[in-house]
Ligand binder design. Structure first.
Ligand code: ADP
Ligand code: MG
Length: 306
């Protein structure tokens, strides 16, 4: 684009709440043929609510049942929330908020480790507590079988289910739910109608991801789930391997490498600073529908040049 045309594009878009970092970006946006959405915080609002606390009758590795203290809802939530007390992850914060709403004791852990893409491990009043996905428990040699059925049921509802283990044995499952953003479904439909290939990329598990994908109309074959934070960029590389020009839309610290790797990185305005810095475009209103606006603006601006 000529400098003048570029300026027109940037001005129009700023008024619309779509910020382009530089003029050449408009031209690159025009080449996009696939749009990859992060799930949590992008297609969904990212405001997780604790929905379920399920105590599970599990057994110690030595074969003895977990009987003292009694494994009930209060115990499971208290253990999970105490492990997550210092967590900066939205899932951890939802667990802590849920415990406080239910007037359940939350104590500070003496030791705490955040395991990216998997969960947390902590030493609390309850013992050695793990809260996270199957990968976390498998890493630590904890048998996830007692939690399988409950996890599957909750995930089929589109919830993020997390196993809670104390001293090497499963004591329960907690789950959170998130709300799909209002315009997500119509945006996916409009993009598909205009011929864009639409993908979903998430660290969340397959079952939850497929439930959300089905809700917004993203084909099952285009869902990339259980992706570890440092693998998100590789997924973009794989999508672009055949010459596809991908636009990645994300909000999290985890999404930054993928935003950089994609031909065009788009950050959700309410997202993290790290994502906004890594991106070429920022959607100030945090509305996925503005992806369409960005695509339209680039088409209109570039055609004016000729
Ligand atoms: P996303 O890509 O959806 O932002 P993350 O990569 O941050 O997700 O996390 C992937 C998965 O790891 C979560 O769905 C959850 O199962 C687990 N996990 C991550 N952080 C935590 C935490 N603080 N507590 C429990 N589970 C967690
Ligand atoms: Mg996210």
């Amino acid at each position: 684009a000529t400098p003048a045309a570029t300026m027109v594009g940037s001005t129009i878009s700023a008024k619309n709440g779509v910020l382009f970092k530089g003029g050449d970006i408009l031209e690159r946006v025009r080449e996009v043929d696939a749009v990859v959405f992060d799930k949590t915080g992008t297609l969904t609002e990212g405001e997780m609510q604790l929905t379920d606390v399920v105590p599970l009758d599990s057994h110690r590795p030595d074969g003895g049942a977990v009987t003292t203290p009694a494994v009930d809802e209060t115990y499971v939530l208290s253990a999970a929330a105490s492990a997550e007390a210092g967590s900066e992850h939205p899932l951890g914060q939802a667990i802590v908020a849920g415990a406080k709403e239910r007037a359940i004791d939350v104590t500070e852990p003496t030791e705490f480790e955040n395991v990216p893409g998997k969960g947390v491990t902590a030493t609390t009043d309850h013992g050695e507590v793990l809260v996270g996905n199957r990968k976390l428990l498998e890493d630590r040699g904890v048998d996830t079988a007692p939690a399988s059925e409950t996890m599957a049921e909750l995930e089929a509802e589109g919830k993020t289910a997390m196993v809670v283990a104390v001293d090497g044995a499963v004591v329960g499952v907690v789950a959170t739910a998130d709300t799909v953003r209002e315009s997500a479904t119509e945006t996916v439909a409009a993009l598909t109608e205009r011929g864009y290939d639409v993908f979903m990329l998430t660290g969340d598990n397959e079952r939850t991801a497929h439930a959300v994908a089905a809700e917004v109309g993203i084909p099952e074959a285009n869902v990339r789930a259980s992706v570890l934070p440092d693998e998100k960029a590789d997924v973009i590389d794989a999508i672009q391997a055949d010459g596809t020009h991908a636009m990645m839309v994300g909000d999290g610290v985890n999404d930054a490498p993928a935003l950089t790797t994609a031909n065009i990185g788009v950050a959700i305005g309410s997202g993290t600073d790290v994502a906004i810095e890594a991106a070429d475009v920022t959607l100030m209103r945090s509305d996925p529908a503005d992806v369409l606006k960005a695509l339209r603006i680039s088409q209109a601006t570039i055609s004016k040049v000729w």
